[in-house]
Design a protein around this ligand. Structure first.
Ligand code: DC
Length: 224
């Protein structure tokens, strides 16, 4: 199918800086930024709201059938809606990160969100960040990046991000949560967090946001 611009996949563990640089890269290129983690958080939010155990596959499958997840296509203010309710702020807590990770093991949840992600990206002109974009969602993506950073650095970044939002957080606890979540995301059976063989690995430890962005733009220019 002829696409309207590139499909750029950006995977990696939590706190590697994916969402920040994905958004900036999309802005630079005039592409759409799609945060697939927000979709898992949205489903996790609703499961929690309804008191559904994240390991209850049957109930999650039913929930997926009757839930509308909508992504507002606006890079400067990306928002997520669940059945018309804006949950963008509520889903940004460490607890919702863990819940998202738990529901992301479900086959029904993954199938439902895969369809949505492909619908959003199929025409091209997108930067999509997540855990399985280069391996499962768009294995034929034009460019695949895998962003990583040391656990300490990722913990520190997430800590500063949450603190800036006024949350009362503890650095050691946040770092441990990130390590636990990555372990869970990498060891699950379906679409685990892993670098696609043809993805370009960028270790962002000690790199500035501009440095990462520049490195990515150089790759994009070569492919464009
Ligand atoms: O990117 P994030 O931290 O908002 O993602 C929350 C969780 O969602 C993550 O721990 C695992 C899951 N996820 C996934 O399984 N696949 C994706 N493509 C994106 C997120």
């Amino acid at each position: 199918m002829k696409r309207n611009g590139l499909v750029i996949a950006l995977d990696g563990p939590s706190g590697a800086g994916k969402s920040t640089v994905a958004r900036l890269l999309a802005q630079k290129l005039g592409y759409l930024y799609i945060d697939t983690g927000a979709m898992y958080r949205a489903i996790g939010w609703k499961a929690r709201h309804e008191g559904i155990d994240p390991s209850d596959e049957k109930k999650l499958a039913d929930l997926c059938q009757r839930t509308e997840v909508l992504i507002k296509k606006d890079n400067s203010d990306p928002r997520v809606y669940v059945d018309g309710r804006d949950v963008s702020n509520e889903i940004r807590t460490p607890e919702m990160g863990m819940t998202a990770s738990a529901v992301s093991k479900s086959a029904a949840v993954r199938a439902r969100l895969l369809t949505l992600q492909r619908e959003l990206g199929n025409n091209g002109g997108v930067v999509m960040d997540g855990r399985d974009i280069g391996t499962v969602v768009f294995p034929d993506a034009d460019i695949k990046f895998f962003l990583d950073a040391s656990a300490g650095e990722r913990g520190r970044r997430r800590y500063l991000e949450l603190k800036a939002k006024g949350m009362d957080v503890d650095l050691a606890r946040i770092t441990q949560e990130i390590v636990d979540r990555d372990q869970q995301d990498s060891s699950r059976i379906l679409a685990p967090l892993k670098k696609a063989e043809d993805a370009l690995l960028l270790d962002t430890t000690g790199m500035s946001i501009d440095g990462v962005l520049d490195a990515m733009l150089k790759v994009v220019e070569k492919v464009k």
